[in-house]
Design a protein around this ligand. Structure first.
Ligand code: HAM
Length: 501
């Protein structure tokens, strides 16, 4: 090995110094105006460290605190509503074989051509993080031979994360959460209306006012073939004026052109033929039936012939629920779905009709925020157990456990705080009652319980603590973040009468 010269050593050292984090921080601290921040030099150290910190991927979110509680609330509402409608929960893998989405969602869909997260696993298999839930549910329906179940149709619902490599913006994420339902085994138009009504009723129950349901029919295969021909005839003379993607779509799947985000405002697009003019008699009749059932279910809707949906598997009914609240931005489709009578066959199964939808829960929460709707989320705990001495602490450990096992929400002290600080902590946690353990009282088999709202104190015999708390808690006012709706929301609805779903 060549030994460096003195000069070379100097340069080496200088370079190394300038790359060393400690050296940089020291240098910065030299010129740092002291007192500019409460942490002085520590801020710089932290700032420097930030460059080394790992952050979440683009288009993803950390959900915690009150936000996480809102998500939980929606999850529970979904479970409750789906149970009432007779839908069974299903969980499918977050990643599936890539072929499932290529065949299911469609080779020509934007999702498959541009947005999937694909990877090769260690066994050299092509895998994809699910971009949507329908393909996975249908795969599971087939693999588990649910078409042979005694109870038909099969009605399923899911609530989970999906992954799409899209350009992130408000309401458009790369990791998104969808709640969706799928009904397999019936072509009855009544189910189309029921599925749409589930989406609408969830929005109604959380209190959203500004929603609009757009429906359309893509008809059966015969109608779509006629329509496809008409589209090719119409768009071919304009091919040079269309975007590059649409040129490909014209050849592969002309219906996709109507979904184009680039050309959507052009005159050519606006004057394009509409599918409703190409529906055959049976498709028209079917669409009329869907509309009739929507009317019976009291669902307001508008027929919008421009809706074709971005996934290839649809036929007959398609729908989108739009958020009408101001300031929502371009990603205003809260939920969408439709009928897919050929997907099961496409994936290798017996001819089985299907119908479903999915709603983005992130967008739902965004809509609630825009409409300034507060969910009735109860904050606070039932009781905080306070102690000072070691013997009191020992008693606290068992008491807290017993209360928790009996259904009370209980907290206690974990960091050796003074009694005064424990009072503050209990206030921060919005504790309704304080259980003040005291060696003297314990010797007498008693515990002092303080109502943290009225400040009233009562000595209660240990054996009765649980009964006492239960009774007193019923009398305490619920602080649920107060609902600001007059009616129609989850609190004021007769349909969901228990506020704590
Ligand atoms: P989709 O229209 O692709 O349909 O997505 C449904 C909903 O998921 C959208 O209306 C939107 O609320 C939400 N969503 C989609 N992409 C994003 C994103 N990047 N960021 C945030 N939210 C998003 C489907 O996925 C079909 N599987 C629906 C279906 C079920 N059709 C039949 N059954």
């Amino acid at each position: 090995m060549k030994i460096p010269t003195k000069e070379e050593m100097k340069t080496l050292f200088r370079n190394r110094k300038s790359h060393s984090l400690r050296y940089q921080v020291k240098e910065k601290n030299k010129v740092a105006p002291r007192g500019n921040s409460s942490f002085g030099g520590a801020t710089f150290l932290f700032e420097e460290r930030r460059d080394f910190m790992i952050t979440k991927p683009k288009g993803c979110h950390d959900i915690y605190g009150i936000e996480a509680k809102k998500w939980k609330y929606i999850d529970r509402l979904i479970d409750e509503v789906c149970t009432r409608y007779g839908y069974q929960p299903i969980r499918t893998p977050i990643f599936e074989s890539s072929e499932l989405f290529h065949r299911g969602v469609g080779e020509s869909s934007d999702i498959v051509t541009k947005e999937t997260y694909d990877f090769i696993d260690r066994g050299d298999r092509k895998m994809t993080l699910r971009p949507e839930g329908t393909a996975g549910v249908v795969r599971s329906y087939l693999e588990n031979k649910m078409y042979g179940d005694a109870t038909q149709p099969v009605k399923l619902y899911y609530n989970g994360t999906m992954y799409r490599y899209e350009r992130p913006q408000s309401g458009r994420d790369r990791e998104l959460t969808q709640f969706g339902v799928e009904v397999l085994g019936t072509d009855d138009p009544m189910i189309d209306a029921e599925v749409i009504s589930i989406a609408v009723n969830i929005y109604r129950l959380v209190g959203l006012k500004g929603i609009k349901v757009n429906i359309n029919s893509l008809g059966d295969q015969e109608s779509r073939n006629q329509y496809r021909k008409a589209l090719v005839e119409y768009f071919t003379p304009h091919i040079d004026e269309m975007c590059e993607d649409c040129k490909v779509r014209l050849e592969k799947n002309p219906l996709r052109i109507l979904d184009c985000k680039v050309d959507c405002d052009t005159e050519i697009m606006k004057n394009a033929p509409i599918i409703l003019d190409y529906l055959n008699e049976s498709s028209k009749e079917r669409f009329e039936q869907v509309k009739k059932y929507l009317g019976l279910l009291d669902i307001d809707y508008e027929v919008n012939p421009k809706i074709v949906r971005g996934l290839d598997y649809y036929d007959h009914t398609v729908f989108e629920v739009e958020a009408m609240v101001e300031g929502f931005g371009s990603q205003n489709v809260l939920g969408a779905g439709g009928r897919y009578n050929h997907l099961v066959e496409t994936l290798g199964g017996p001819s089985t009709p299907g119908m479903g939808f999915a709603m983005g829960l992130g967008r739902l929460l965004l809509a609630l925020e825009k409409e300034e709707i507060k969910l009735p989320i109860e904050e606070g705990i039932d009781a905080f157990v306070m102690y000072v001495s070691d013997t009191e602490k020992d008693y606290a450990v068992t008491l807290v456990q017993e209360l928790r096992m009996n259904g009370f929400q209980v907290e206690t002290e974990y960091t050796g705080r003074s009694l005064k600080a424990q009072f503050k902590q209990a206030d921060r946690l919005k504790s309704k009652f304080l259980l003040l353990l005291n060696d003297e009282d314990l010797k007498n088999n008693e515990i002092k319980i303080k109502n943290n709202q009225t400040k009233e104190e009562t000595l209660v015999e240990i054996d009765y603590v649980m009964y006492y708390l239960e009774e007193m808690l019923e009398q305490v006012e619920v602080d649920d973040g107060s609902c600001n709706q007059e009616d129609g929301c989850c609190c004021h609805s007769d349909e969901i009468d228990d506020r704590k779903i």
